[in-house]
Design a protein around this ligand. Structure first.
Ligand code: PLP
Length: 260
């Protein structure tokens, strides 16, 4: 009999280009032999240039779908991407608290999607407050880019200070450097309460749709197998680079990572 792959309960938005959001999560997690259980938090209108609208799914629907799943299926990790509303954030936080009663060490990986690659703001101040107060204390790892780290920490133009402020005994921060074009190479740093680790990756030509989702979902998929956080972060970066190096265009904007 085929062994059961570990399950990643995944809260994410639907991106109809298939580059980011839930499709990125499903394909990235499959790449590392994990099974994605997708719960959609929002429906987006976008092309390969930008996001134009986000239509949140009601908190009741998110809660019903997720509670139905976890009555039957025990996840080995949780991955969160675009939340899209205060309601969704509250529901996801409550669910994690409930699941953790039986599984206190369940890894929770959150890619805080606060803005689209094309620049559209995807989070209100109220949503940010909810994320800070309800969700961050429950996360194992967050994967903000430099802009997202500064917004989450409420610190202007100092991503290092922002990441340090966000890091706690239980929360690690992978600060990604793709958006910081002042450096020749992409500088990613993992902050945990005990250490700081850094990587430098070649800066590839072009822009990519769903690179952050790919990275965070690969980490979640690997941690669902029981891989330690630092090792999963290292492997996931390397596999994301492979997906980006083999990316393909489907429109006139950002390229789609090759994850299949
Ligand atoms: N999730 C959804 C649903 C999106 O539409 C987007 C794109 O803007 C993202 C996540 C983030 O994509 P990226 O990984 O390119 O930051």
């Amino acid at each position: 009999m085929t062994p059961r792959p570990p399950v990643v309960l995944t809260f994410s938005g639907l991106d109809p280009t298939g580059g980011a959001g839930i499709q990125a999560d499903i394909t990235s997690q499959s790449l590392v032999n994990s099974h994605c259980c997708p719960v959609i938090t929002s429906y987006t209108t976008q092309d390969t240039h930008n996001v134009y609208a986000v239509q949140p799914i009601s908190g009741n629907i998110i809660e019903e779908s997720a509670r139905c799943l976890v009555r039957d299926i025990r996840p080995q990790a949780i991955k969160i991407g675009l939340l899209g509303s205060v309601d969704a954030t509250r529901v996801v936080a409550t669910l994690i608290r409930d699941i953790r009663i039986d599984c206190p060490n369940l890894p929770v990986i959150f890619d805080p999607v606060l803005a689209a690659g094309g620049g559209t703001n995807l989070s209100s101040d109220q949503l940010l407050d909810e994320i800070r107060e309800q969700l961050l204390p429950l996360c194992t790892l967050i994967t903000p880019n430099t802009y997202e780290a500064c917004r989450l920490a409420n610190i202007d133009n100092n991503p290092q200070a922002a990441a340090e402020q966000l890091t706690t005994q239980s929360l690690s921060v992978l600060l990604t450097g793709t958006h910081d074009t002042s450096t020749e190479r992409v500088h990613n740093r993992l902050f945990s309460h005990a250490s700081e680790t850094e990587w430098h990756w070649p800066r590839l030509d072009g822009e990519f749709h769903g690179s952050g989702c790919t990275l965070a979902s690969l980490i979640a998929g690997l941690m669902a197998h029981g891989m330690p956080l630092a090792e999963a972060v290292e492997q996931a970066q390397s596999r994301t680079m492979d997906c980006l190096a083999a990316s393909y265009p489907i429109g006139q904007g950002q390229r789609i990572p090759q994850r299949l």
